[in-house]
Ligand binder design. Structure first.
Ligand code: MG
Ligand code: ZN
Length: 223
């Protein structure tokens, strides 16, 4: 089989399992978020900011994806939040089969929101459906403001873009408006947030967005 055929086959298998998982999540009323970014954009730091706020009202669990180490899951567990670490041993993205396996560690009847932190990579995680409700992409101000146009696929499939490390803006040439406009040009429906995990700026708006999505999924009107 040539390379394209093999990749198509893997994707189809992944999509079938993702569809199955989406059905399970729907039945259980679990909101599932899949966070994507380059390495070092601050996905785990963002979780450290939003989880203490979310756990006040919701039962949250986290699946961490990394090539190696249990480090990120341990950071999440320190907050008292259930976390399962997937080590991909070289694979640069998570697949739905890995999520299915991780679910064996959780009781979905006791979870409202499941957060997946994907492997740090802006390319193939965008193409692998994990059964999530929403993909959320993070970009940090220490990266190029043209990231959205360089990686249009991840912008197209994401419902929200979070620009992190805005506390560093005085030191950098990163133009946040330009970055946001690039993203809107590719995906006009994308919601954009400007945050700093260091100072906490903008974090409440992200939490509110997640709460709204959860209420939408459960047909609730408040916390
Ligand atoms: Mg991380
Ligand atoms: Zn990959």
């Amino acid at each position: 089989m040539n390379k394209i055929k093999v990749e198509t086959k893997i994707l189809t298998k992944n999509e079938q399992k993702a569809k199955f998982l989406r059905g399970v999540f729907k039945q259980k009323g679990v909101l599932v978020l899949n966070f994507l970014s380059s390495p070092g954009s601050g996905k785990t730091s963002l979780l450290e900011q939003i989880l203490p706020k979310l756990v006040k009202c919701y039962r949250v669990a986290v699946i961490e994806g990394d090539l190696a180490t249990e480090n990120d899951a341990e950071r999440i567990r320190k907050l008292g939040v259930l976390a399962y670490q997937i080590n991909t041993h070289g694979a640069c993205h998570l697949e739905s089969s890995g999520i299915e396996k991780a679910l064996g560690e959780f009781d979905l009847d006791k979870i409202d929101i499941l957060i997946i932190e994907n492997v740090g990579n802006l390319v193939c995680p965008a193409s692998f459906d994990l059964g999530e409700d929403y993909k959320i992409v993070l970009i940090s101000t220490t990266e190029g403001e043209d990231k959205p146009v360089k990686y249009p696929t991840v912008i197209k499939v994401s419902s929200a873009m979070i620009i992190n490390k805005i506390d560093l803006l005085p030191l950098l040439d990163f133009d946040v408006e330009k970055c946001a406009n690039y993203a809107k040009g590719i995906n006009p429906r994308i919601d954009t947030f400007f945050i700093s995990c260091k100072t906490g700026a903008g974090i409440d708006k992200v939490v509110k967005w997640i709460e709204d999505k959860f209420h939408e999924k459960r047909n609730l009107c408040g916390c």
